[in-house]
Design a protein around this ligand. Structure first.
Ligand code: ADP
Ligand code: GN1
Ligand code: MG
Length: 372
């Protein structure tokens, strides 16, 4: 998407009745999809407050109205659950700030869609595990999130991206991108292409079990990377799950797996030195423990047993998506330098390979946790 302009952002803030005067608007966070801004607001009493303003990516989310309906309904539900259990609903769930017209989003004169959220204070979202307990606490929080939504009527949620974790369908899209070779990059990445083609069985695994009715569908987050959780500065707990654009019916193993893909890696998602990239078994175990705890007994034995497969599937899928985007000319994931999507793809494939080598250890870890 074309970058937003200052005029556009200023036009958008006029749609809101913030608690004071907006004195600063700056780009914020490191998400790959939306454009996030931090607003500084000066109240009449001279106090400094903040709010999040976000332009939704309407090329990725083609029905922003439906997306916002999901978010309003899910966060309203979560608020009620949090209040019931004596928590603080202003910090423990996202809260949409309504527009002056009372809507959950607004559309600017360029046709872009925007929303604003209450800023979660005194917390940080991490791009890399700095303290292992953060990773553990993020697992407890993502597990909790799923537990809190266990009785949410899943069939009322819109599918904001069709087949988001339909790895089999994504495999077909990948093969098409190779065939079309739109920007002439396929010849240079034959090794990576072959890596995917050799592993069609990973793409099929969950989809075949699902088709056979062997896996429970739950309300899942579907984008559980570490930077989609706010960690409280004082308690080090995962205070709030954010980035709710892909909350949809899905598989618990995929929520587990996507978090491991990102957080249990010993290097950044776009690290160029592949010798630094591996899947830490200590972090894998920590996340598995935290996630099972957070889910509070809701996971079946089969789901726990399939957690390593979730990690491998999500890592493989993500690598394949980065490679597809590279082959299509970098139109989906934001890039900040040349070949970034290729670098991201390579880290994911290195992780898949590492998981293949550590497969027995991963099985042993979840086997042990499954018995306790
Ligand atoms: P994307 O979909 O592009 O990943 P996110 O919704 O994850 O966008 O937001 C990007 C970043 O902005 C997050 O990683 C987080 O650091 C910050 N952020 C988003 N919402 C809030 C919030 N309500 N309070 C504080 N920080 C937030
Ligand atoms: C995107 O929006 P963000 O940066 O949290 C992507 C995820 C990928 C992730 C890879 C809607 O997540 O599916 O796993 O990048 N989100 C969407 O880092 O496609
Ligand atoms: Mg995000």
């Amino acid at each position: 998407m074309i970058e937003t302009t200052k005029e556009q952002r200023e036009e958008v803030i006029e749609n809101y009745r913030f608690e004071g005067r907006v004195t600063d608007i700056r780009a914020y966070g490191s998400g790959h999809i939306n454009d996030t801004f931090l607003l500084t607001i000066e109240t009449e009493g001279g106090e400094e407050k903040y709010a999040i303003l976000q332009r939704m990516n309407k090329e990725v989310f083609t029905k922003p109205e439906e997306l916002m309906e999901n978010i309003v309904n899910v966060t309203t539900y979560l608020r009620e659950q949090i209040v019931k259990s004596g928590g603080n609903p202003d910090r423990e769930t996202m809260n949409v700030i309504p527009t002056k017209a009372g809507g959950s989003y607004c559309v600017d004169s360029k046709g872009d869609y925007w929303r604003s959220y209450v800023f979660i204070t005194d917390s940080v979202s991490y791009d890399k595990v700095e303290k292992p307990e953060h990773f553990y606490e993020s697992a407890v929080a993502f597990g909790n999130f799923q537990r809190l939504l266990a009785d949410y009527p899943a069939d009322t949620l819109h599918e904001t991206i069709k087949g988001f974790h339909d790895t089999k369908a994504r495999f077909a899209v990948f093969k098409n991108a190779v065939k079309n070779d739109r920007v002439g990059r396929a010849a240079d990445v034959q090794e990576e292409i072959q890596f995917v083609l050799d592993r069609e069985n990973i793409a099929d695994y969950f989809m075949d079990l699902l088709a056979a009715g062997e896996l429970p569908i739950r309300v899942t987050h579907n984008d559980t990377k570490l930077n989609n959780i706010m960690i409280d500065n004082d308690s080090d707990k995962g205070i709030c799950v954010i980035d709710l654009d892909t909350v949809m019916p899905g598989l618990a193993m995929n929520d587990f797996g996507d978090a491991v893909r990102f957080g249990a890696s010993t290097a950044a998602e776009d690290e160029q030195d592949l010798s630094k990239v591996s899947c830490s078994m200590e972090l894998f175990e920590l996340y598995a423990k935290g996630y099972i705890k957070g889910c509070g007994g809701k996971l079946t034995r089969k789901e726990i047993e399939l957690m390593p497969m979730g990690a491998k599937t999500m890592t493989f899928e993500c690598g394949m998506r980065f490679l597809t985007d590279y082959l299509e000319g970098d139109t989906y994931f934001k890039i900040h330098r040349e070949n970034q999507n290729l670098d991201r793809c390579r880290t994911q494939f290195k992780l898949v390979k590492d998981m293949e080598e550590k497969w027995e250890i991963m099985q042993e870890i979840v086997g042990r946790l499954n018995m306790s």
